[in-house]
Design a protein around this ligand. Structure first.
Ligand code: TA6
Length: 300
């Protein structure tokens, strides 16, 4: 993914750009600009904090109360959850990838005007509990935003079992007015106040209270119809068998120090990954790729 000769020959105004900046609290950040869109990526957590089409509303929700600090996850955007999802005894929730400073390996403005950036999870003490592995995150920005998390088991003789999830927070006009399609018929774990297995019966899921669900064997596209912002968001994915739906609603919002009391009204998490019974087990030398493409269109 190095800059190719053909990319160098393309018209400069058609090429995308990567700018290195100090982001919030001076954390290093990449600002990507293409003919169609802009995006921001922090090395802290390989965290995409924004994607915005030139004429559009931000795609991603970012909390005004988010922390931007070493050792703390960013609230909003797209946290990279790996190598486990949710709580784990004695360890931090949602793995360690989202609080590591990822290494920038390559960035490449392509002849078609898109920009790709490849980041790698650095070695860290927490990783030593697992077989040797590498995790690369490739973010491609153009009319849409494409994210690829590539995990390779580098061990010669040990299986590597892990969970992953791109925990995307979307900006919505009013969470009670949106509807989500693409989930009907799937079984899910409803984790609000205990864990109960249920089946989704609605082809237009509405949000009217706290929602925390893990849809299992969920490989399809989810669409978020947002009449208030007049847009439809598409979440397309490959290499993902779990879709997680989350909105903290009123009580949980008040309990989270890095989230505004009323911010639940403007966000919904539709997360793509492989969690719980859909965890991934990689044989020695094997790789797996989780790909998520996020796009939006204006409603007519
Ligand atoms: O993906 C849903 C979830 O696991 C919820 O249970 C909720 O607590 C959320 O993630 C946020 O977790 P965090 O550790 O970022 O506060």
């Amino acid at each position: 993914m190095t800059t190719s000769a053909s990319a160098a020959k393309a018209k400069p105004e058609a090429l995308g750009r990567v700018t290195f900046l100090d982001g919030q609290c001076e954390l290093p950040m990449l600002e990507i600009s293409t003919a169609w869109s802009t995006a921001e990526i922090y090395l802290h957590g390989a965290h995409v904090t924004q994607f915005k089409k030139k004429d559009g509303t931000p795609l991603l929700f970012m909390s005004q109360c988010s922390r931007f600090a070493e050792g703390e996850p960013i609230r909003g955007g797209i946290p990279v959850i790996f190598p486990w999802f949710g709580p784990r005894e004695g360890l931090r929730q949602h793995g360690f990838a989202r609080v590591q400073t990822w290494e920038l390996k390559e960035f490449a403005p392509a002849p078609d005007g898109s920009v790709s950036v490849r980041l790698r999870l650095p070695d860290c003490p927490e990783a030593s509990a697992f077989p040797a592995f590498t995790a690369d995150y490739i973010v491609t920005v153009n009319q849409s935003l494409t994210l690829q998390l590539v995990v390779t088991n580098q061990s010669k003789d040990t299986e590597f079992t892990f969970e992953n999830c791109l925990h995307s927070y979307f900006e919505v006009g009013d969470v009670t007015a949106i509807s989500l399609s693409g989930l009907k018929g799937l079984s899910y774990l409803d984790t609000v106040g205990g864990v109960v297995e249920k089946t989704e019966t609605s082809d237009a899921v509405r949000i009217a209270s706290e929602v925390d669900r893990i849809y299992q064997n969920a490989t399809g596209t989810v669409e978020i119809l947002d009449p208030r912002l007049g847009r439809k968001i598409r979440v397309e994915k490959q290499g993902s068998a779990s879709t997680v739906l989350w909105n903290p609603w009123i009580t949980k919002s008040r309990q989270m120090p890095d989230f505004g009391d009323e911010e639940y009204e403007r966000m919904i998490c539709v997360e793509s990954g492989n969690v719980g019974s859909n965890s991934i087990c990689l044989a020695p030398g094997r790789s797996s790729t989780l790909t998520v493409k996020l796009s939006s269109e204006t409603l007519k």
